[in-house]
Design a protein around this ligand. Structure first.
Ligand code: F6R
Length: 614
């Protein structure tokens, strides 16, 4: 959840570190810090709050570090200890000679802290990270070899970590290691960068090496040495990152979220390129290894995900069951991992994750892999830890998503499910050729339909103003759009802090209807299809309790004008594809309400983009 950067080379380091942290700010943003190697010794600067506070702090000390060409930086999302200056990284050992930054969770930090305290270490913070600084320093006192000290300390640590370490005795050396947390090295001319994610370094270099668990890297300006946990030299797998720095620009939009919402038609076009050429051709998913035999042997499918990805998974269940006739369960990863799951080699386990790093989903995937299940990963990051666990992979190709609230990655995940379900239906021959052709033809025009929805942005903006003073908001739907109601509510609550809830409309009268009165907006997602009439009746019931009724619909039904005070229209579409269109106005509604309320849309409070702790 936190972000790490590091640099060793010949340029002034402070700007490189702070710019890198800015690109990682979406990973967490409650405090930050850098450590730079000056001529004499390491100096640490920290600040609480947004990165700008660190910039201000640094601006008071420019003379102290302008010549420094090596350093490490960190942006924090607090897990152990409040966001204070003392708890902010980098952390140091007793004497201050060793300094490090850490991303992840040290699970046995209490035991280690107790042991180190007995040995005389004095703790200044409440973090789990500080134990690592003391532990590595203790090993260094014995070995006088920084890489070896990191290796030996790692063996005593349980949990997840990416570490970037420097020491006063090694004026031009950075040491890195990781386990269950991402870390990569960017390779420049006479310089190396370290980062927990690509955006921090892409401006400087596209040449990079990802670290595997338990590997240790030593970086000096002109040399990179990679070793395993025993110190044996390993070959280096250097790759060219498929990223463009322009992906990290707002392109004239006020917020990344708005830009990302508007990118959705192109994202869907990109996904279709290479996967579906024409309605009468087969779907091409090169990295999916599900044969007719594997599908025949399946008893069930389990889809595991968190947050927005969980909502995509719920739509996925609906369409896979519909097209393939295989029973599908969907579960939040955090619920899956602490119980006895009935998962075996006859289960296909699908993990869905934008980042591919979400700790709960990664653990769930590893557990089911150990039980022999075929693992299929749907992710926006084919370079992620989750992708590396996959037997089959469906990359969602949404491009980098910077705004913390997921938008384009959600629609891209839905597309991944449509393609996967139709692909499996082709392999299983569970849908007629004619029906498949019609479904594919409609799939190919979805980008134009989303463009039509986006052309009504101004109308949605007006609605947003109208409802921006509400304290609560209810979204109702049935069937395949129930997850749309959940996702619409999640978008609103996470960026505007309005208490929004999604309900299956049929459940209203079993309790939630008690909350309805003339102050409560109720938004019905009324898409043409098998539950249309039922949802209309549920909307009547809500209206009878004086709720402020809003419809999101593709129906031309005139009855709606009497029932609803506000109608948001989307183009007509097959019911099965309707979640893809219906979510767009809800993303915009959430965006404009939050923007109208003056909230920090791209970096809402308490959240982080990549949740790498369980
Ligand atoms: C909400 C949001 C989160 C993520 C969740 C899972 O807008 O972004 O709910 O969907 O943290 O993250 P991934 O998909 O990276 O596993």
């Amino acid at each position: 959840m936190c972000g790490i950067v590091g640099y060793v080379g010949n340029k002034s380091v402070a700007d490189i570190l702070v710019d890198g942290l800015e690109q990682l700010e979406y990973r967490g943003y409650d405090s930050s810090g850098v450590a730079v190697m000056n001529k004499e010794e390491i100096t640490v600067f920290k600040a609480i709050g947004k990165l700008n506070n660190l910039r201000t702090e640094l601006s008071k000390h420019v003379g102290e570090f302008e010549k420094a060409t090596m350093g490490i930086g960190h942006i924090r999302w607090a897990t152990h200890g409040a966001p204070t200056v003392l708890n902010a990284h980098p952390h140091t050992c007793n004497c201050g000679n060793l300094v490090l930054v850490h991303n992840g969770i040290i699970e046995n930090y209490k035991e280690l802290r107790e042991m180190l305290t007995k040995e005389g270490c004095v703790f200044r913070s409440q973090t789990d990270t500080e134990v690592v600084a003391h532990l590595v320093a203790r090993m260094y006192a014995k070995t006088k070899d920084l890489a070896e000290a990191v290796r030996q300390a790692s063996k005593q640590i349980e949990g997840a970590y990416a570490l970037c370490v420097m020491h006063n005795n090694h004026k031009n050396t950075l040491v890195l290691t990781k386990r269950n947390a991402p870390l990569l090295v960017g390779i420049g001319e006479g310089e190396f960068f370290a980062a927990s994610d690509v955006p921090a370094i892409i401006k400087h270099t596209k040449k990079a090496m990802y670290l595997n668990d338990n590997q240790v890297v030593v970086l000096t300006p002109d040399k990179m040495t990679l070793t395993d946990s025993e110190g044996n030299i390993l070959p280096q797998k250097i790759e060219i990152l498929p990223w463009e720095p322009v992906a990290l620009s707002k392109m004239g939009y006020k917020h990344y979220m708005l830009k990302e919402i508007h990118e959705q038609p192109d994202v869907i076009r990109n996904i279709l390129v290479g996967k579906l050429h024409a309605p009468d051709e087969n779907i091409i998913l090169n990295e999916v290894k599900l044969t007719k035999e594997t599908l025949k042997n399946l008893n069930r499918i389990q889809i595991i995900a968190c947050g927005t990805s969980l909502h995509a998974a719920m739509v996925g269940k609906y369409i896979i069951e519909n097209f393939c006739g295989i029973a599908v369960d969907v579960e939040a990863s955090s619920e899956y991992i602490y119980r006895r799951t009935v998962t075996d080699e006859h289960t296909l386990v699908i993990g869905v994750s934008q980042s591919g790093e979400t700790a709960d989903t990664l653990t769930a995937i590893k557990q089911s892999k150990a039980k022999g299940s075929h693992i299929l990963i749907i992710t926006n990051r084919p370079d992620s830890a989750m992708a590396r666990e996959a037997d089959s992979l469906v990359p969602v190709n949404a491009g980098i998503e910077v705004s913390v609230a997921a938008t384009k990655s959600y629609t891209a995940q839905l597309m991944a499910f449509y393609l996967l379900a139709l692909y499996m239906a082709e392999v299983k021959e569970s849908v007629s050729k004619e029906e498949l052709k019609n479904l594919k033809a409609e799939m190919m025009i979805l980008p134009q339909k989303i463009e039509q929805v986006l052309s009504t942005t101004e109308e949605i903006q007006k609605s947003a103003r109208k409802y921006s003073s509400t304290k609560d908001f209810i979204y109702v739907a049935r069937g395949i759009n129930f997850p749309t109601a959940l996702e619409g509510a999640l978008k609103l609550k996470e960026i505007s802090y309005i208490n929004a809830t999604g309900y299956p409309a049929g459940e209203l009268k079993h309790g939630p209807i008690a909350m309805l009165d003339e102050t409560m907006p109720v938004l019905s997602i009324l898409m043409n299809g098998c539950v249309y009439e039922k949802l209309l009746s549920n909307s009547e019931e809500a209206k009878a309790r004086n709720a402020r009724m809003i419809a999101l619909t593709n129906s031309k039904d005139e009855k709606l004008d009497d029932l609803f005070e506000n109608i948001i229209r989307v183009p007509d579409v097959d019911e099965l594809y309707s979640p893809l269109l219906a979510i767009i106005p809800l993303q915009l509604l959430a965006y404009y309400i939050a923007e109208f309320l003056g909230k920090d849309v791209d970096q809402p409070r308490n959240l982080a983009k990549s949740v790498t702790v369980e």
